[in-house]
Design a protein around this ligand. Structure first.
Ligand SMILES: [Cu+2]
Length: 469
């Protein structure tokens, strides 16, 4: 058994190495964009079908996948603040599924959580209006009870971009970097650990990580930049569990946005941590001579328990080649120092501090029960949530339907208010965020976004009730 496992691992690495070496400087391509079927101004109407497909994820190999409209990753939903959105969804999978609009502020019935499953062969219409002030980078993925990790690994995920009509960075050229990882058998099938195997136990503990890293579905593509040009990168971590510590040697980043859109003030940094489901907006300036190349990397980051920490965790992963184009240098661009005002939510307005204690597959000692309401609040309430990770590995915390502002981490105040919907809570640490439950009553899930943990029950339900008459 041990021998077979070892042989299996060797095969996996060979597949990964193959994918890397045959990538040979393919230019980065953005995922397709969903076609707007409405001609009415301010209305975006799209059709999405989830169905089995056979696609070439790795060069020269066909793989059975699940795909949104036949592509992995799925097509990008492009929206503008104020848009009325109608998504006509059809489930042609052999399982129940949903589409969850991760981070988008919308009605409970449109959230696509496990409370609204769509059976095989059925259709569901998601309808919502995009709130002003919510321009940012979001994504969509399935959220069926207990089966999210499997369906995401099979290929179901896509980007959502919400634009501000007065975007202060609209003049910059933009790239989506949609990060996923996956694992394949020697035959090129998506590889899931055998039930009861050591790998299955490692996946359950760490969350399933893959040894092939994709950017927009491509392995190690090349992105071109002109010397002096400033590009805006929207980086989405759509991986089930993997955390990336992004670095672009010799360049650095101007970090301008997070899950819920732009910061008030840009932050210069050399490294950006991106846990599963988080998004960042980064500005990158081209420098050097035509043909110069530099690699976007993910540096080692220890989010693991010592018992299941992968031997390769100290490896630096290569994600993307950034190559200076042959075009002549562009004139330097000046960037605004204030991107937009972000009013800080006031802790004095909070009516309650809600403890959220994270342990293995549990929140506040409980595993998810769809028939239980764990927390109750009133529409319009402002609350502080204190998320404490008691264990020796990082977990994340995602709250559906709203954006929140982190107040402090282990007592250390945040430098500026930032809109987020998912936050990494490092091992044995505590962070507090402040949130206001505006507009939408309903049952909102909160959970760890390591998908295997979510599926195993690391999730709870907050009911937001209309005020008593
Ligand atoms: Cu977790």
């Amino acid at each position: 058994m041990t021998y077979l496992l070892v042989a299996g691992l060797l095969c996996l690495s060979a597949v990964a190495a193959d994918a890397q070496s045959s990538a040979s400087a393919r230019l980065l391509a953005a995922p397709p964009v969903l076609e707007n079927l409405s001609s009415e101004p301010g209305v975006v109407e799209v059709k999405i079908t989830a169905a089995p497909a056979r696609l070439s994820l790795l060069p020269g190999v066909e793989t059975d996948v699940y795909a949104y409209n036949g592509s992995v990753p799925g097509p990008t939903l492009e929206l503008t603040e104020g848009d009325r959105v109608i998504v006509r969804f059809r489930n042609e999978l052999p399982h129940s599924t949903t589409i969850h609009w991760h981070g988008v502020h919308l009605p409970f019935e449109a959230d696509g959580s496990a409370f609204h499953p769509v059976a095989p062969g059925e259709e569901y219409v998601y309808e919502f209006t995009v709130h002003p002030g919510t321009a940012g980078t979001y994504w969509y993925h399935p959220h069926p009870h207990h089966h999210t990790a499997y369906q995401v690994a099979m290929g179901l995920q896509g980007a959502v971009i919400v634009r501000d009509p007065d975007d202060p960075l609209a003049h910059l050229s933009e790239r989506i970097l949609f990060l996923t990882d996956n694992r394949f058998t020697a035959e090129g099938a998506i590889d899931f650990a055998e039930l009861g195997s050591r790998q299955a136990r490692v996946d359950a503990e760490n969350g399933r990580e893959g040894d092939v890293i994709f950017v927009n579905g491509q392995v190690m593509p090349t992105l071109e930049i002109t010397s002096g040009e400033v590009q805006r990168w929207r980086v989405l971590n759509a991986s089930s569990a993997r955390t990336y510590l992004l670095s672009l040697p010799g360049h650095g980043f101007l970090h301008v946005g997070s899950d819920g859109g732009l910061f008030e003030h840009p932050v210069r940094t050399d490294e950006v941590l991106l846990a599963a489901a988080e998004r960042v907006e980064l500005l990158v300036r081209g420098s050097g001579n035509p043909g110069d190349e530099v690699t976007l990397r993910s540096l080692p980051y220890d989010r693991y328990l010592p018992q299941t920490r992968p031997a390769e965790w100290t490896d630096t992963l290569e994600l993307l080649t950034v190559r200076n184009s042959e075009e002549s240098a562009t004139d330097p661009i000046t960037l605004p120092t204030t991107l937009r005002p972000i009013p800080a939510l006031d802790p004095a307005d909070a009516t309650v501090t809600r403890p959220m204690v994270l342990t293995k597959n549990r929140i506040n000692g409980q595993m998810m029960d769809m028939s239980r309401i764990d927390e109750v609040t009133e529409l319009g309430a402002t609350e502080i949530w204190e998320v404490e990770n008691l264990v020796g590995m990082d977990h994340s915390f995602h709250l559906h339907g709203v954006q929140f502002q982190v107040l402090d981490r282990d007592g250390e105040p945040e430098a500026q208010p930032i809109w987020k919907d998912i936050v990494n809570v490092p091992k044995r640490s505590t962070l507090r965020f402040i949130v206001r439950f505006d507009n939408y009553p309903g049952k909102w899930m909160y959970h760890c976004h390591i998908l295997d943990h979510e599926d195993a029950g690391m999730m709870g339900v907050l009911e937001v009730r209309p005020p008593e008459p």
